[in-house]
Design a protein around this ligand. Sequence first.
Ligand code: KIV
Length: 272
Amino acid sequence: MSQAKKNYSRVTTASLLEMKRNQEKIAMLTAYDFTLAGLVDQAGIDVILVGDSASNVMAGHETTLPITLDQMIYHASSVVRAVKRALIVVDLPFGTYQSDSKEALRSAIRIMKESGAHAVKVEGGEQIKPSIERIVEAGIPVMGHLGLTPQSIYKFGTYTVRAREEQEAEQLLKDAALLEQLGCFGIVLEKIPAELAQKVAKTVRIPVIGIGAGAGVDGQVLVLHDMLGMSKEFSPRFLRRYLDLDGMIRGAIGQYTQDVKSQSFPNEQEKY
Ligand code: KIV
């Protein structure tokens, strides 16, 4: 089993490459706000993703499509103010990097300048090659994202496992090799067969982080609110819940409401 092999006082993209070389698994979680990002960082996570899943988790949208660049910058700058050790990666939201490479670079620069984050993440391979090239050339670290790419949900029509068919698996392998060649420092693989994910991780030298992609990759990522059990609605097979915060929060708030109504809160010690 992989354990932490080296102490990193600040995780960088170079640290992640080193972790892969040393066969140390990389732990990544999402965060979108100051308070939880601080806790996640202090607990020793390697990478914090300010994911566009904020669109679902923080804003209640059905998909990741509506979140804007300004909103991502707001979340990312809150996270940056809390974090001392983890590498902070921010999703470029839908519509800010697909139409042309100049716009992609402008969006990435806004994220880096206005939030202070360390890297950006984009969804797709061949089809966004010029955008990735331009951002990397400007010195901004880019993480790729292949497999189930939620920004393309209306093309797929479903959140089911991707790349089960040979043709799509072949394309994914080609895209992963391309992302490495373009200078991406890592790749997220979402919801694809474990065997294919392992093949990608063995083929490329850059770290491959999986979500619903099995154990044969270089690290794992989960959405923080899902792994803390803050909602019972989302229950894919790959999700391990480490807490039942949904139940704990409801219980605490129910108790508080009861205490206020019964006038047992505040008591003699809780007043001035
Ligand atoms: O936005 C997000 O949270 C993500 C992860 C699911 C990898 O992209």
